[in-house]
Design a binder for this molecule. Structure first.
Ligand SMILES: NC(=O)CCC(=O)C(=O)O
Length: 283
């Protein structure tokens, strides 16, 4: 039985027209599948269907899974017979809004939805790489559920962008048997050079699994400028593939035997001292 998975990261531009953004994503995934018949999983960026920004969220919120964006992703997954990790969209539900990633199976069915657990609220002062101020929590509600999906033979944990700063979440996914964590992201350009790769490699080192991110293409004219650099980090914590800043697609076959190889050679999971950790004061 093969332990390989061919996946695509679509670092797409995102403009103001939701229908055009979704059409672009659908046609890019369709073309990638035509060019790469082995493609099994397509991954889209955070906020792939609308601009990312507090002022935009209420305008572009949709019902999940009844809305137009989810319908398009479901039909696409079914038509191509592939899995889709649908980046994220703003979900409206019972008077609240969430930053939500939907995951679709090759039969077009919704496998899971992950509502961003750790909202991006940050005030970096301008003297630090130009600074950034963002408060998702002012508009959005946080999700309260872990999301693990079965993709082929693999258990895959889902987080969204800022979620990757939280090592506890990645550790829990690893404890639950995940061999890959996928974070659709729209990381800020202020912190990108310092933390983007570092965080992914840190999560991969700690948990000995693949860490995959997918960003929108960088648009220096937009209100919020995403960093780009969509990336696959392998279980050795090496950068296996990395996009640049603009519109770019990565197609890569990844080998999950590497997860077992790393875990066997560096057996830190077995060496953990949970008896000692249990003595820590509860915080
Ligand atoms: N979209 C996000 O969650 C951005 C997170 C981010 O840029 C960070 O520094 O954290």
């Amino acid at each position: 039985m093969t332990n390989k998975l061919t996946l695509a990261l679509l670092q797409l531009p995102v403009g103001n027209d939701v229908a055009a953004n979704v059409r672009r994503a659908v046609s890019a995934v369709t073309q990638l599948k035509a060019d790469n018949p082995k493609l099994q999983l397509a991954i889209l960026p955070e906020s792939f269907n609308a601009p990312y920004g507090q002022e935009h969220f209420p305008k572009f919120a949709e019902a999940v899974p009844q809305g137009a964006t989810c319908t398009a992703l479901s039909q696409l997954a079914l038509k191509l017979g592939i899995y889709i990790i649908g980046g994220s969209i703003v979900e409206r539900d019972a008077g609240k809004m969430y930053n939500t990633c939907t995951v679709w199976g090759p039969d077009g069915k919704l496998l899971a939805k992950h509502r961003k657990i750790h909202l991006f609220t940050m005030k970096i002062e301008p003297e630090n790489a130009g600074g950034v101020e963002f408060d998702e929590a002012a508009v959005l509600s946080a999700g309260s559920d872990l999301t693990v999906v079965q993709i082929g033979q693999q258990k895959v944990g889902i987080g969204i962008c800022h979620d990757k700063r939280f090592e506890e979440l990645a550790r829990i996914y690893r404890n639950m048997g995940c061999t890959m964590i996928v974070y659709p992201s729209a990381f800020c350009i202020c912190q990108g050079p310092m933390h983007w790769e570092l965080l992914q490699r840190a999560r991969a080192t700690d948990n000995q699994l693949y860490v995959v991110t997918c960003s929108p293409a960088r648009d220096n004219m937009s209100g919020y400028v995403a960093y780009g650099h969509s990336m696959i980090v392998n279980p050795w914590a090496q950068v296996q593939r990395e996009a640049g800043e603009g519109c770019e697609f990565i197609v890569e076959e990844i080998d999950f035997d590497v997860v077992e190889q790393v875990r066997r050679q560096i057996p830190i999971f077995k060496q953990r001292r949970t008896d000692v950790y249990a003595k820590a004061p509860k915080l």
